[in-house]
Design a protein. Structure first.
Length: 79
């Protein structure tokens, strides 16, 4: 079972300065992936040894991590 946690800045008057999405293994508590945007800078990582990274230097792994999280959650929703 997978668990997803999203953290967004609570200031409703402005665009969020921090947006973080974490994907955890629900059984082990291990973090599988993180995608974060902090003040417009993107960063991400996938902690899955079977994952083949598609990281681009200009986004510091964000696209790869975001795509991985979305794919894993889509599989979890089908069950």
């Amino acid at each position: 079972m997978l668990r997803k946690l999203m953290v967004i800045t609570a200031d409703t008057d402005n665009r969020p300065s921090v947006w973080t999405e974490n994907l955890y293994d629900g059984q082990t508590g291990e973090i599988l992936a993180v995608a974060q945007i902090r003040q417009g800078l993107r960063w991400g990582m996938v902690n899955d040894r079977s994952h083949q990274p598609k990281t681009l230097a200009e986004d510091a792994g964000w696209d790869d991590a975001n795509e991985y999280i979305n794919a894993m959650m889509a599989d979890d929703r089908k069950q």
